[in-house]
Write a protein that binds this ligand. Structure first.
Ligand SMILES: Nc1ncnc2c1ncn2[C@@H]1O[C@H](COP(=O)(O)OP(=O)(O)O)[C@@H](O)[C@H]1O
Ligand SMILES: [Mg+2]
Length: 377
């Protein structure tokens, strides 16, 4: 069991208040991903949990017991760093066993643990090599192995795959997910990689400026972002935002206008709309209905049509020059300079008020499931 609770955990470095006060519950066995822009405090929060840094105030509890003043080595927490932090002069075996020797663990138990970690990570054949004789992926495996040998209650990963090339990242991502399934430990994983966050997490924590913006399952955040920041941060490529004003509001519909675009009538899915209100419509690149030429939607001009083979990313500009991105499955026949007519897929758009907060949708009018182009029956 390892349930982690953060109660008003705050951290300042001198006058700089990096974390004003984080409240968070992480359940036993959960895989939680911290995401957020660079400098938002992800590593600091992880280091506070690990005990590598002291909190300025607040409490950290593991299984109900405060560990806030317990030394790092006694917290039952192991951290894996982006930089691997292996000892260059030691072999892999020595790197794996060093920490255990330090706490005077019995030799047979050390050997058992090192053997098990090596087997789990398939690095048995590398045990006598030194770090410089390993590839980046193998080094990161050793770093993870070192955490495993400590048999921690909680694993902490700080951007562990950032130094690996794209192909290896995909493999390691799957391996870490499998490792979590096998070990069942609580794991906290920091990344700025969208795909890692979406695919690995049971629960994503979105941070901005040391403050938690939203906590939820990946698709919950994707489909119901609480504000424009989360909406823009989760999902890659990012959501399009069109700023404008609410025009006429009737029972079933409202009109939305933006200075450079024709008014669009959209179904009204919320009670709290007022004529003249400043809002922005958020619509993901894959949630746009597109036709060639002029129509009743928004006119945009293609600036770049990126053909990835299986997907097309059509970079467009609005009449005012602002970008609008369309994502379509498959290959696209559009070319630079083409005029397209776009409108949001019904019930696949979001509305944010002037302060960026999501305007809540009435029950029964929630976000529709995305269009499944190749639905599995
Ligand atoms: N030891 C330190 N002394 C002073 N400022 C620090 C220290 N560690 C981190 N910071 C500052 O705290 C903020 C958060 O840093 P960090 O937790 O590393 O962000 P992230 O991991 O999200 O990129 C940054 O502004 C950083 O400069
Ligand atoms: Mg960091």
């Amino acid at each position: 069991m390892a349930k982690l609770v953060l109660e008003k955990v705050a951290k300042s470095f001198g006058l700089v208040n990096v974390l004003p006060g984080v409240d968070l519950d992480i359940e036993d066995g959960e895989f939680v991903v911290f995401v957020g822009p660079s400098g938002c405090g992800k590593s600091t929060l992880l280091r506070l949990i690990a005990g590598l840094e002291d909190v300025s105030s607040g409490d950290i509890l593991i299984d109900g017991d405060s560990v806030t003043h317990v030394p790092a080595a006694d917290r039952g927490v192991a951290m894996v760093f982006q930089s691997y932090a292996l000892y260059p002069h030691m072999t892999v075996r020595q790197n794996l066993s060093f920490g255990l020797e330090n706490i005077r663990m019995q030799r047979p138990e050390i050997e058992r643990r090192v053997g098990e970690a090596a087997r789990l990570l398939q690095i048995e054949q590398l045990l006598e090599r030194r770090p410089k004789e390993l590839s980046g992926g193998q080094r990161q495996r050793v770093a993870i192995g070192r955490a495993i040998t400590r048999d921690p209650k909680i694993f902490l990963f700080d951007e562990p795959l950032s130094n690996l090339d794209a192909e290896l990242r995909v493999l390691m991502r799957i391996e870490i997910t499998r490792l979590h399934e096998r070990l069942g430990n609580t794991m906290i994983y920091v990344t700025h990689d969208q795909i890692e966050a979406m695919t690995m997490a049971d629960k994503i924590v979105v941070l901005r400026g040391g403050v938690i913006e939203q906590v939820g399952a990946p698709l919950e955040l994707y489909n119901q972002p609480r504000n424009a920041f989360v909406a823009g941060f989760i999902g890659s490529p990012r959501m399009n935002f069109v700023e404008g004003t609410i025009g006429e509001v009737s029972g079933e519909t409202f009109t939305f206008t933006s200075p450079d675009l024709p008014a669009m009538t959209l179904p009204r899915r919320t009670a709290s709309l007022a004529a003249g209100q400043k809002v922005s419509v958020g619509v993901r690149p894959e949630d746009l209905i597109v036709s060639k030429g002029k129509g009743s939607g928004w006119p945009v001009t293609v600036s770049v049509a990126e053909q990835h083979g299986a997907n097309s990313y059509i970079h467009c500009s609005r009449p005012n020059g602002e970008p609008l991105l369309i994502h379509q499955p498959g290959q696209s026949a559009v070319e630079r300079g083409d005029i397209l007519n776009v409108s949001p897929v019904p019930a696949r758009w979001h509305l944010f008020d002037a302060s960026g907060l999501r305007i809540e949708i009435e029950p029964g009018q929630e976000m529709a499931p995305p269009i499944l182009h190749t639905a599995i029956q």
